[in-house]
Design a protein around this ligand. Structure first.
Ligand SMILES: N[C@@H](CCC(=O)N[C@@H](CS)C(=O)NCC(=O)O)C(=O)O
Length: 222
C-alpha cells in the first residue's frame, strides 16, 4: 500500500486541508452528514508548495486519501464518498433529479464562488478596492438571482443534497465579507428560505458554527 505523508498506517479517511479553506469546509459537511470518521492533515510543505504538488499534482485543497486512492477536487471526492457510503443518499433517485443537482453543484463551483473569490486578494486593509467591491457586489447578486431561478427546476427534497454543501459555506463567506468590505448584496427572498432549510441540517449547523468562528478570527487577523 502506498504511504502518503501524514496519513496513518491504519485505514482512515484523510483529508489534506487548511482550516480556512472554503472547499474543505464544503467537504466536511458531507463527512459530518454521512457520520464518517476522518482526520485532517495540513498540506506538507504548506499551501501552494512544491512539496504538496509532489503529492497532489494540481495543488488542490481538499484532497482525499482513502487507502491507495488519492483524489482531489471537492466534487469528485463528494461523488466518490456518496457512492461508497450511500446512506444517507445525497443525490436523488432519478436520473433527471441527479443531473439537476449536479448542475447546481457545478454552478456553485464555477459561477457563484469564483465571483466571491475575486475579492480574496483584496481582503488585506492596504489592498481594499472599492471599485472591485462594487463590481463583485453586482456579480454576486446576479449569481444569487440566477441560483434562485435554477432552484425552480431542482426537484424538492427533504434531504441534504451534494450541491447544498458548497452554497452553505459560500453564503457564510458572503455574510462575513459584507461588513468587512461593504458589499451590497441583493438576497432573493426564495433563496433566504432555501438557505434556512439547508442550515437546519445538523451537519451543516455544526460545521457552520465551527467555521464561522474560524473565519471571523482569520478575518480579524488580516
Ligand atoms: N474546484 C476545486 C476548487 C478548490 C480550491 O480552489 N481550493 C483552494 C483552497 S480553498 C486551493 O486549492 N487553492 C490552491 C490551488 O488551487 O493551487 C474543488 O472543488 O476542490
Amino acid at each position: 500500500m502506498h504511504r502518503y505523508p501524514g496519513v496513518p498506517p491504519f485505514f482512515m479517511l484523510t483529508v489534506y486541508t487548511l482550516p480556512i479553506s472554503l472547499y474543505c469546509a464544503k467537504l466536511r459537511i458531507l463527512l459530518r452528514h454521512k457520520k464518517l470518521a476522518w482526520q485532517e492533515q495540513l498540506p506538507p510543505g504548506g499551501y501552494g508548495s512544491d512539496e504538496y504538488k509532489g503529492i497532489v499534482a494540481s495543488g488542490n485543497l481538499p484532497a482525499l486519501v482513502d487507502g491507495d486512492l488519492l483524489l482531489a477536487d471537492s466534487e469528485a471526492i463528494a461523488e466518490y464518498l456518496n457512492e461508497k457510503y450511500p446512506d444517507p443518499a445525497m443525490l436523488p433517485d432519478d436520473i433527471i433529479g441527479r443531473a439537476k443537482v449536479r448542475e447546481l453543484g457545478r454552478f456553485h463551483d464555477t459561477r457563484l464562488e469564483p465571483a466571491l473569490r475575486k475579492l480574496f486578494p483584496h481582503l488585506p486593509t492596504d489592498k481594499r478596492d472599492p471599485d472591485l467591491t462594487a463590481t463583485q457586489s453586482v456579480e454576486i447578486s446576479t449569481r444569487l438571482k440566477q441560483l434562485e431561478t435554477l432552484l425552480k427546476d431542482v426537484p424538492a427534497s427533504n434531504e441534504l443534497m451534494l450541491a447544498d454543501c458548497g452554497f452553505a459555506i459560500t453564503f457564510v463567506w458572503i455574510d462575513a465579507l459584507t461588513p468587512v468590505l461593504g458589499l451590497d448584496i441583493a438576497w432573493p427572498q426564495n433563496l433566504i428560505a432555501w438557505r434556512q432549510k439547508i442550515e437546519s441540517f445538523p451537519a451543516v449547523a455544526d460545521e457552520l458554527a465551527d467555521y464561522r468562528s474560524k473565519l471571523t478570527e482569520w478575518l480579524n487577523g488580516l
